[in-house]
Design a protein around this ligand. Structure first.
Ligand code: HPA
Ligand SMILES: [Zn+2]
Length: 335
């Protein structure tokens, strides 16, 4: 079997996906019309043409603007449903999805609206093809810790639907330490923890997320290579890095895919995984990211299998379930 065939055929997990970043231009325009929201675009083509970014912030500005069309329960259902259909198409059997409550509550749209829409789509996908999903509630780091604490309060009636908390948005100037209390409170409520760190921010921010937020995974983390001691720490403890190749090129973290360090990180023994981040903004879903690694970095079958197994090993699935999937990956790759 060729590597490209194997990318499609292997069962996979996605661990770093922002549901608001899966809003395709078609749905954005449709919802803008439905709710009478004025956008600075006249067509789907104009939306797509605007997706040229210099850095993380230039993307975030359009990402929050796009999210402003999400208003009622059915909008959130449609958003989630369309992403889960992509999971089915890409053979993503399990996915751990981030959502940004503050992006919606700040506009007066409550947990009752978006959680209901998300859950209805998740229930439908589970019933129709057995899709496995966990939700990660992400705090926006450009806002205050008080706002994050208030968000955790608002989430109380929905904690049974939430597996973990995360930290995203503008990294520079908003170090993990800013969120010590809300992460401690989240941990006390038995929520797992992840955080974006070392995407644009320095290796120090990765240390901060580990030491101050007690995270189980680092989202991105590609700048860990700047600190040998950190690489050793991450390798020894097999702390997963949820790397997002197409995202890193679109946001100029690396100039070109041929310069991406993901395979070097893998060869160092780090538990790296492949993810789409914000697929509608960055030009591809999960399998597109794997295919880009094959095309531009020459990812071979052995590296593909290691990355796919890491995606299960880095997940919050129960141990026995992880082992079942890892065995299945070996079986398909060895066939
Ligand atoms: O890649 C990202 N980084 C930080 N914040 C984000 N919010 C959505 N995507 C991202
Ligand atoms: Zn992200």
């Amino acid at each position: 079997m060729s590597v490209l065939e194997l990318i499609q055929k292997l069962p996979k997990t996605e661990l770093h996906l922002h549901i608001e970043g899966s809003l395709e231009p078609e749905l954005m325009m449709q919802l803008a019309q439905k709710h009478g929201v004025a956008l600075p675009y006249n067509s789907v083509e104009e939306v797509a043409a605007a997706y040229n970014f210099d850095n993380l912030q230039s993307f975030l500005d359009l990402y929050y603007l796009g999210a402003s069309v999400l208003r009622d329960e059915d909008d959130f259902y449609q958003l989630m449903w369309r992403y889960l259909l992509r999971c089915k198409a890409d053979n993503v059997v399990h996915t751990e999805i981030m959502f940004d409550p503050q992006t919606h509550t700040e506009r007066g749209i409550g947990f009752d609206v978006f959680m209901a829409g998300f859950q209805r789509a998740i229930d439908d996908a589970k019933a129709q093809w057995g899709q496995s999903v966990l939700l990660i509630m992400s705090y926006l780091r450009h806002l205050s810790e008080e706002s994050a604490l208030e968000t955790l309060q608002q989430a109380q009636p929905y904690l049974h639907q939430i597996a973990a908390v995360g930290l995203d948005s503008s990294e520079m100037g908003n170090p993990p330490e800013k969120f010590i209390h809300v992460f401690a409170a989240s941990k006390a409520m038995r929520l797992q923890r992840v955080a974006h760190a070392g995407e644009e921010g320095p290796a120090d921010y990765i240390w901060g997320a580990i030491k101050h937020l007690d995270v189980a995974r680092i989202d991105h983390g590609v700048r860990c290579v700047e600190d040998e001691g950190l690489v050793r720490y991450l390798t020894d403890r097999q702390i997963p890095l949820t790397v997002c190749p197409l995202s890193n090129i679109k946001l100029c973290v690396f100039d070109e895919m041929s310069q991406h360090n993901i395979l070097q990180l893998l060869e160092k023994g780090l538990r790296v995984t492949v993810n789409a981040d914000d697929p509608s903004y960055f030009g591809g879903y999960l399998n597109d990211n794997y295919r880009a690694l094959h095309e531009h970095l020459g990812m071979n079958e052995q590296q593909l299998v290691a990355l796919v197994k890491n995606s299960f090993l880095g997940s919050f699935l129960p141990e026995e379930e992880i082992q079942r999937w890892v065995d299945k990956v070996d079986q398909i790759a060895g066939a």
